[in-house]
Design a protein around this ligand. Structure first.
Ligand SMILES: NC(=O)c1ccc[n+]([C@@H]2O[C@H](COP(=O)([O-])OP(=O)(O)OC[C@H]3O[C@@H](n4cnc5c(N)ncnc54)[C@H](OP(=O)(O)O)[C@@H]3O)[C@@H](O)[C@H]2O)c1
Length: 213
């Protein structure tokens, strides 16, 4: 089992997932350009480092930074991403405010942030996950209808299988959207997930697929 996880980011998602992995017995480090932002997590025993140090540390790397900064953060992680499973939680949210509750993206329909990241780091094995649910439900969600579905995608089958195992451990079922181009469908799920939140303050939901057989 993978034991070392490097989480890149100092925001809510990075902290929730760093704490979640630590609680499940992984050895975790958290990466930031400014260690003062993660002092609370460090006080709990999770060591901090630069993006490069934490990426180099992880057998699995979690990318949990602002979408507009994802390419820059991945560049700072650099060769530390090579060969690694990189769980990409990011969304290409533009700086402009939402239109009637629909987030604006800086990517187009036949494009995605994860494909850009994968192209820039061909030796990394990006798997998109955790991008289309609120941080409060990322670890051990307790919905009345049972485990919700986490949509995932990425080119590397072994990396994807490892992420499916992690998601199962975190209380999720997985729905595979195929290779990296699946992110063109998966990243907009964040727009869908956030719409009821922005429109009527409804943030307490997740997805599940209903099917015959
Ligand atoms: N919030 C949620 O519930 C939620 C749910 C699903 C997915 N997501 C996605 O998860 C990602 C993280 O979201 P968040 O709300 O936790 O955090 P966030 O505020 O979107 O991002 C904060 C992180 O972005 C990094 N960053 C900002 N500008 C940078 C730059 N110029 N270069 C390098 N790094 C930079 C910061 O690095 P430093 O630490 O160095 O300052 C910090 O670690 C986003 O892409 C978001 O769309 C969020």
């Amino acid at each position: 089992m993978t034991k070392r996880v490097g989480v890149l980011g100092s925001g809510t998602v990075a902290k929730v997932l760093a704490r979640g992995f630590a609680a499940k017995g992984y050895e975790v480090r958290i990466g930031t350009r400014d260690a003062s932002k993660v002092a609370d997590v460090v006080a709990e025993g999770i060591a901090a480092g630069s993006f490069a140090e934490v990426a180099a540390f992880g057998e699995v790397v979690v990318l949990a930074v602002k979408g507009t900064a994802a390419m820059d953060a991945a560049a700072l992680a650099g060769a530390g991403l090579d060969g690694k499973i990189v769980i990409d939680t990011t969304n290409p949210i533009a700086d402009e405010p939402p239109d009637d509750g629909i987030l604006r993206y800086f990517t187009g329909p036949n494009d995605s942030l994860m494909e850009r990241l994968q192209a820039a780091h061909p030796a990394a094995r990006f798997i998109k996950a955790w991008n289309s649910v609120g941080s409060g439900f990322m670890v051990d969600p307790q919905f009345p209808g049972g485990p919700p579905a986490m949509f995932i995608c990425g080119n590397d089958a072994d990396a994807k299988a490892a992420v499916v195992a992690i998601l199962t451990q975190f209380g999720w079922s997985s729905e595979d959207l195929g290779k990296a181009a699946g992110a063109r469908a998966l990243e907009p799920l964040c727009q869908l997930w956030c719409a009821p939140g922005f429109q009527r303050n409804d943030w307490a939901h997740a997805y599940k697929v209903l099917r015959f057989g």
